[in-house]
Design a protein around this ligand. Structure first.
Ligand SMILES: C[S@@+](CC[C@H](N)C(=O)[O-])C[C@H]1O[C@@H](n2cnc3c(N)ncnc32)[C@H](O)[C@@H]1O
Length: 280
């Protein structure tokens, strides 16, 4: 095969050419997403009964905001936070937090069973997502829960054509072509959890408002900057269009819907201590 002059050929996986953790500001980008979504995540986990005594696994834990809140607010017994790069997790440890550097696509990346297995904004980036859902379900102890959150794209064909929608479409297409990010499977998560032997299952979607200067607006502007090469490579946008979308997002003129966060959960049949699949 001829060598390619495309700078993104061989972009590899999440965290390699795209979103490398060593690039200045990557931890802050993840934290902007966490600021937008952590309260929603924590409310759902608490409603599922997560609390004292629970042994938890947080995969692709990023900067560890959820892992630490599980310990500090929900008072769980322990959290094993796994990531392929643990520089952010190692920098902010708390009692009960165990950090492990591992690739979750590797067989047996962790042993044991957990009452909570949680993965947020991770599976959407991994081409192995369909086989990872049953693998994560296997790590849940009887009566425990698997909770998956990922993005749902709301820039459908019928959405108005704005600087924001043009760039969002280019972003999803560019990330798919380079590192294999695919949000089209996310609405199927309840079904995939059911197929993995969990039940009852349920799901909800949260869409944070795109207000100028808000954490989610800053998250998207930063994400576009870091995936600019992938977006330009689609041919759908040029540098001017990306700059225009960043300006639009930061202005009162912005009238758009953020991507949402779909959270799906399923309980492992067995000696559960709470009501099956339901809230407390
Ligand atoms: C978008 S961040 C989400 C971080 C965190 N879960 C959150 O919601 O704030 C994705 C994280 O998944 C990690 N990750 C990506 N691929 C991984 C893999 N194959 N194994 C382990 N971690 C991975 C990245 O290093 C990064 O920290």
């Amino acid at each position: 095969m001829e060598p390619s002059d495309d700078p993104l050929s061989g972009a590899g996986r999440y965290g390699e050419a795209v979103f490398p953790p060593g690039r200045a500001g990557e931890g802050e980008r993840i934290d902007f997403g966490a600021l937008a979504y952590d309260d929603i995540t924590m409310a759902r986990l608490r409603a599922l009964g997560v609390g004292p005594g629970w042994r938890c696994l947080d995969v692709g834990a990023g900067t560890g905001t959820v892992s630490r809140r599980l310990l500090e607010e929900a008072r769980v017994a322990s959290v094993l936070a796994v990531d392929r790069d643990v520089r952010f997790l190692g920098a902010r440890t708390v009692p009960g937090l165990d950090v492990r550097e591992a690739d979750i696509t590797a067989p047996d990346f962790v042993s044991g069973r957990f009452r909570l297995v949680h993965a947020r904004f991770v599976l959407m980036h991994l081409p192995e997502r369909d086989r990872l859902i049953p693998a994560l379900a296997d790590l849940v102890e009887p009566g425990g829960v698997l909770v998956l959150s990922d993005a749902v794209d709301l820039t459908g064909d019928r959405m108005p054509d704005t600087p924001y929608s043009r760039v969002m479409r280019a972003m999803w297409q560019g990330l798919r072509a380079t590192i294999g990010t695919d949000v089209s499977r996310v609405p199927s998560y309840p079904h995939l959890l059911r197929e993995a032997g969990l039940g009852p299952v349920a799901a909800e979607i949260h869409v944070p408002p795109l207000l100028p200067g808000s954490p989610i607006s800053r998250f998207w502007a930063d994400t576009w900057e870091r995936s600019r090469a992938a977006m330009l490579a689609t041919g759908l946008v040029d540098d001017t269009a990306v700059d225009e979308a960043v300006r639009y997002l930061g202005s009162e003129e912005c009238a758009a819907l953020s991507a949402g966060m779909l959270t799906a959960w399923g309980r492992k049949p067995g000696n559960g201590r709470g009501p099956e699949g339901g809230s407390r």
